[in-house]
Design a protein around this ligand. Structure first.
Ligand code: FDA
Length: 371
């Protein structure tokens, strides 16, 4: 007899299952994909760890979470420093002195600030920004907006920047140093040997049974009858058969290619910021791990944003005001089924990064066990 059914073997489900087993509980995990680990799944090709569902870089300033994840893998010192390709012009990201120097030839922070201010003034905007375009220009001026934000953002959301709400860009990180480190977090890295091993170790206990290729919705009513408690990490609106309406998601399509070269683009992540290139990012997986992989092979993945409709993979929740309001109503509805706890990116309808998912799962564990 199991104490818990965990639906979904992503980072949330796996962390919950691991912690429950540590407390002597028996856990059944079901996963509809044919592999564990959800979107952090990696697998080896030509000695290279391939991030099947897009680039995954672990970063956090939460020491507790950083120490926690180290139990399951050793991390390298990878620092995310993506490069933007705008019609063949290459710029460092995030926007920093290297970017400003390349764009305008400025050399000092004071010169960069003066240039940004000059551009903001020339745009002649007044009042509260009415859309994403106005918001971005009011923060950083026209050059960076036109070359590095507009095309990328419009592809990402499938909408014109003038139709997107301003709040999507609350702040734009502008770094007045020659520092290409994308994240401001204290800790950052990639697990040596990939992410899947982390979930494998989390689910390795004798108290945990895992079944892949099993969809909860094929037997929902039986599961609810049979298991005293369920941790559900799939889509909360689907759980309730969309009875309050559909939450919106953004999907992605990945195209992966093996190439007979050692080094294709010289960086793990290159963002394509023009409007014409249909993909947003190209990932070259071997650059996440130093010196790994066959010398004459590389694996490259192009990431295409896509509209979502039922049956597609829901990669990103669309956390705008309308969807957040609908989610609130689903959350209320969830209180009517106290034996089910909703967790993770889809269960809580939030764009969680990995460190936030671990933190959220540990919080659920303490609510469950430290009562
Ligand atoms: P996740 O989606 O991983 O797991 C849910 C699992 O439930 C899935 O395996 C799914 O198949 C299963 N499931 C759903 N419905 C089911 C059903 N009905 N029956 C059975 N199983 C079901 N984070 C970060 O920190 N750094 C980064 O660089 C990135 N990069 C990144 C890139 C891209 C393209 C995406 C989409 C996401 C990221 N992330 C990220 C976020 C990261 O992927 C995310 O935080 C975790 O994977 C979320 O873990 P969950 O367990 O919540 O969901």
């Amino acid at each position: 007899m199991y104490d818990y059914l965990v639906v979904g073997s992503g980072l949330f489900g796996a962390t919950f299952a691991y912690e429950a087993a540590q407390r002597g509980k028996r856990v059944k995990v079901i996963e509809k994909r044919d592999h564990i680990a959800g979107n952090i799944y990696t697998h080896e090709v030509d000695g290279i760890q391939v991030h099947q569902y897009g680039a995954h870089i672990f970063h956090t300033s939460n020491k507790e979470v950083w120490d926690y994840i180290q139990q399951f893998a050793e991390f390298n010192r990878y620092t995310n420093s993506p490069v933007a390709n705008y019609n063949g012009e290459m710029y460092n990201l995030p926007f920093n002195m290297n970017t400003f120097n390349k764009l305008w030839g400025v050399k000092t922070p004071a010169e960069a600030v003066a240039k940004i201010e000059e551009q903001k003034k020339a745009a002649n905007l007044s009042g509260e920004p009415k859309n994403l375009e106005e918001q971005a220009i009011s923060l950083i001026g026209t050059d960076i907006y036109e070359k590095l934000i507009k095309g990328y953002t419009e592809k990402q959301w499938g909408k014109k920047a003038t139709e997107l709400p301003a709040f999507i860009i609350r702040r734009l990180p502008v770094r007045l140093t020659y520092d290409n480190n994308y994240f401001n977090d204290t800790y950052q890295g990639i697990p040596i040997g990939g992410y899947t091993q982390i979930v494998e170790k989390m689910l390795a206990s004798d108290l945990i049974d895992v079944e892949t290729g099993v969809d909860f919705f094929d037997n929902k009513d039986e599961y609810i009858k049979e298991y005293p408690k369920i941790i559900f990490t799939g889509m909360i609106d689907q759980f309730f058969n969309y009875e309050l309406g559909e939450l919106e998601y953004r999907s992605l399509h990945f195209e992966t290619e093996e190439m007979d070269v050692d080094n294709y683009q010289g960086n793990a992540v290159v963002n394509y910021t023009d409007a014409e290139t249909p993909y947003t990012r190209v990932i070259e997986h071997k650059h996440f791990e130093y010196g790994k992989g066959d010398k004459d092979k590389t694996i490259v993945t192009r990431e295409y944003p896509a509209n979502w409709s039922r049956g597609d993979e829901p990669y990103y929740p669309m956390n705008d005001a309308k969807n957040n309001e609908l989610y609130k109503q689903y959350k209320k509805l969830a209180e009517t089924v106290p034996s089910v706890m909703f967790g993770g990116r889809l269960g809580q309808y939030r764009y969680y990064d990995m460190h936030q998912v671990i933190h959220a799962a540990l919080t659920t564990i303490s609510q469950e066990f430290d009562k």
